[in-house]
Design a protein around this ligand. Structure first.
Ligand code: ADP
Ligand code: MG
Length: 361
């Protein structure tokens, strides 16, 4: 499900294994089609077209979690009727697409998370501003990505006025956590419960969008162990099968879980040039029941996202990077360039990975 860059990079791993990939999305000439996927172009809500697609495939996974409930229940019912393998389960997608369910699941699993308050009804507009600590962030409960739909509020007045502007009640208010570092773990869980994971990475965001990933993150041993333990705990608690990326805020020894994505994650792209196995290959292996790797040796890689405004093929900077054999370019095949839109990324796998992109802006 979905045909964007994550589906494209999945194709690039899976087709050499002899598999055929089909993608379902409303987009024609999608990034995935450019990498060899058969394209099924229809709205997610089109139950007839979706069912036709499901009849033609042997196993289903997701590159995108913001799929309407009608599509998820169609997939779920079809799978129950026919035995079509669907990983991760629609229930895991439902958790990941709803910040309130997601954070409630973290709490149930004993994973610390930021304090949060739902805004689901008129009454919450009045009660939440007197409960929450400031600064806080008002977020849409569903359909958020890359910081979209977020308003930071420094004072009670700012929150009251942001809440007054809301036209519907499907939001949460989160307390701002003054982290010193952000981290993520990419984890794969197989049908038999086997888990493979990468060491935690350190992530740097710019304007709420991922800018840089340093792998491995080099956190204190105890922090690193806790990050991995929380990732495993989530996977086991919600019986997750497939690959996910889970994001954390860190301050000293304190760790809070922010969110998880039920698919390969932007902060896992380093793995494409880490000389071992990539997160997309792990997604394929979990879906197709191939063996789990015995271990994943670590190689330092730094990833930098290319947003619309940084998309400069042929520029002096890009040509210089391409002359260096350690810079690897991954473009997503998007035809329209927009500011802030993810167009691709660079991976750097050479010496001094921490300084690979310092002058890049
Ligand atoms: P999205 O779903 O858009 O990725 P996130 O909740 O991950 O939304 O927010 C994007 C980024 O905004 C985070 O990686 C972090 O840098 C910042 N951010 C979000 N929520 C908080 C918070 N409660 N405290 C501090 N920073 C936050
Ligand atoms: Mg995020």
């Amino acid at each position: 499900m979905g045909a964007g860059q994550l589906a494209r990079m999945f194709c690039l791993e899976v087709i050499p294994f002899g598999y055929e990939v089909s993608v379902y999305s409303p987009e024609k000439n999608s990034p995935a089609a450019g990498a060899g996927a058969n394209e099924f172009v229809s709205e997610y809500e089109d139950v007839t077209a979706l069912t036709d697609f499901l009849k033609k495939i042997d196993a289903l996974t997701f590159e995108f979690e913001n799929i309407p409930e009608i599509a998820l229940s169609t997939i779920e019912n079809f799978s129950e009727r026919t035995g079509l393998k669907v990983n991760p389960s629609p229930d895991c997608i439902r958790i990941a697409q709803n910040r309130w369910k997601e954070k409630t699941s973290f709490q149930k699993a004993g994973i610390p998370t930021v304090n949060f308050y739902p805004v689901f009804k008129e009454e919450d507009k009045r009660s939440v501003p007197s409960k929450v600590k400031f600064p806080c962030i008002l977020k849409t409960n569903t359909m958020g990505y890359d910081g979209k739909g977020q308003v930071k509020c420094k004072t009670q007045e700012e929150l009251v006025s942001a809440l007054a502007d809301l036209k519907e009640f499907n939001h949460i208010v989160e307390e701002f956590f003054p982290f010193t570092d952000e981290a993520s773990v990419i984890l794969a869980r197989f049908e038999d419960g086997t888990i493979s994971h990468f060491r935690p990475s350190r992530n740097v965001h710019k304007n709420h969008i991922l800018d840089l990933t340093f792998h491995p993150g080099e956190f204190p041993k105890s922090v690193e162990e806790n990050l991995v333990a929380y990732a495993k705990k989530l996977a086991e608690t919600i019986d997750y099968v497939g690959v996910f990326g889970i994001e954390f805020f860190i301050k000293g020894e304190e760790i809070l879980c922010n969110e998880f994505a039920p698919r390969p994650h932007n902060s896992g792209h380093f793995s494409q040039d880490s000389g071992t196995i990539s997160q997309f290959a792990l997604q394929m292996r979990t879906l197709c029941n191939l063996p789990a790797p015995k271990n994943i040796p670590v190689k330092a890689v730094t990833m930098k996202n290319i947003l619309g405004e940084d998309y400069k093929p042929g520029s002096v900077l890009w040509n210089r990077a391409l002359e260096n054999p350690y810079y690897h370019l991954h473009l997503y095949g998007k035809t329209e360039v927009r500011n802030g839109r993810k167009m691709g990324h660079w991976n750097y796998s050479g010496p001094n990975p921490e300084s690979a992109f310092v002058d890049w802006g």
